[in-house]
Ligand binder design. Structure first.
Ligand SMILES: [Zn+2]
Length: 234
């Protein structure tokens, strides 16, 4: 198979946006993990406060290893914070911790996009693994000059990758909404002062951009797959 310059056209924008998003996140997180929060709470204490004040006393806040491994597990109904954010008394630590409580609040409110995202997790895991195999298979068929089989396989690859892309698209409203809920709770409970809210917005905005980059990459990759599938069919 010859190198396809069209592939660059479809992959470079997502790649550049992804790199830009990572740089911005590292910069914002690095900067505001050095800035202490006036209320003096750790990320864990801030998360506990938000959960307790929202009627979620039964949702535990636990510490996990790794950098930015923070997440909310809707199946366990538990919040996990990386050590730096669990113990940190910085604007970045409290911002990230509050964002994760935003996901707990979404589950409590039966927020539609989150329910949809949870529902498609298993099929997405299957689709992303099957996609790699089917796509490799299609390239092999092209190399072996089995063009009919290639054509079938590449369209199956398109269908599987469409599922992965849908998941990336549904992730966006879920992530933006979690940050919105986080900022609302932080100011309502007085955990973050007005003059500190810009910093929290910067950290959460940078984190959200990484999800936008993932979505853009997926959509462009899907368009590229469709374009090669259509070309080989005509
Ligand atoms: Zn999130």
């Amino acid at each position: 198979m010859m190198f396809d310059p069209l592939w660059l056209v479809f992959s470079i924008p997502g790649l550049l946006l992804g790199i830009y998003a990572q740089i911005r996140l590292s910069a914002a997180y690095g900067k505001y993990s050095q800035v202490g929060i006036e209320s003096g709470l750790t990320g864990a204490e801030a998360a506990r406060e938000i959960l307790d004040q929202s009627g979620l006393k039964d949702v535990p806040v636990e510490e996990v290893e790794g950098r930015l491994t923070d997440h909310y597990d809707p199946a366990k109904r538990a919040l996990f914070l990386s050590s730096a954010n669990y113990q940190g008394r910085s604007l970045a630590a409290v911002g990230v911790a509050a964002h994760e409580t935003g996901h707990a609040l979404q589950q409590q409110a039966a927020y539609g996009p989150m329910k949809l995202r949870m529902a498609i997790v298993p099929v997405t895991q299957f689709a992303s693994q099957a996609y790699s195999l089917v796509f490799l298979g299609s390239i092999f068929m092209l190399w072996a000059r089995h063009f009919t089989l290639f054509s079938h396989l590449i369209w199956i690859a398109v269908g599987l990758f469409a599922v992965v892309t849908l998941f990336q698209i549904v992730t966006l409203p879920v992530e933006f909404d979690a940050s919105r809920r986080a900022k609302e709770q932080l100011s309502r409970l007085g955990i973050v002062r007005d003059r500190e809210s810009g910093a929290v917005r910067e950290v959460l905005g940078a984190a959200a951009l990484t999800y936008v980059a993932g979505m853009v990459s997926a959509v462009l990759n899907l368009l590229y797959l469709v374009s090669i599938a259509r070309n080989r069919n005509s």
